[in-house]
Design a protein around this ligand. Sequence first.
Ligand code: IPD
Ligand code: CA
Ligand code: CA
Length: 263
Amino acid sequence: MLRSALLNVMMKAAQKAARVLKRDFGELENLQVSLKGPADFVSAADRRAEKVLKEELMTARPGYSFLGEEGGLTEGSDKSHVWYVDPLDGTTNFLHGIPHFAISIGLARDGALVAGLVYNPITDEMYVAEKGKGAFLNERRIRVSGRQKLTEAVISCGLPHHGRGDLALFRREFSVVQEQVAGIRRFGAAALDLAFIAAGRFDAYWERELSPWDMAAGTLLVREAGGYVTDLDGKDAMFAARNIVAGNETMHSAILRMVQQGA
Ligand code: IPD
Ligand code: CA
Ligand code: CA
């Protein structure tokens, strides 16, 4: 894999922020945890990691705007470029000592995703993609799965958080999907769900109530790995719709159909 200057910037920022997350993950019991809302924990590690990412990315690309989950939007002079950053995707896992969480960095130019990075500091799996250049996991090219049979497919999803989202709607969607596929997983980190699709581990994924920083990097990873990503209306408007369905071509359209049927 030929690393561009842009990817180098993103990788360096992610590695630096990963050191913060790793240290705090190892000292969970000393973490100061505050409650942001129902089932929506935010940790000190989260904010520290975002600070590092913002400093690194805004120093390397001074004009670009920065949208982070914790600090919101900082507008740059160059309105055409926006970073979408989740410093810690999988907060609940993190707080429970479950080593399945990631840093997610997406970059859009004039509204189109052009670069994405998802990094799990614990497994040291670094997924990167640039528009038109393919998707990679630790320098190795990755592709979405080739599975065509629903009876062999493993599908990931997101559950509405406690007290938020439409649980009855989710249950309807879930039961339609569950009856037709080999298995369903809920791993708890949207960015990694998408990265796992890109790596051919999951065959498809759907979730509602997501934010742009959850989806930006992973969407590009899936597309560059040969997969399909849309919102639940089948359109390319995931950020506005706040929902997503991704997978290889066959599984994407099958899951889209099933979820629409459940809704
Ligand atoms: C969450 C995770 C989770 C998804 C939630 C997201 P966070 O992000 O991606 O898998 O189900 O909807 O908000 O809060 O851990 O950054
Ligand atoms: Ca997130
Ligand atoms: Ca987060």
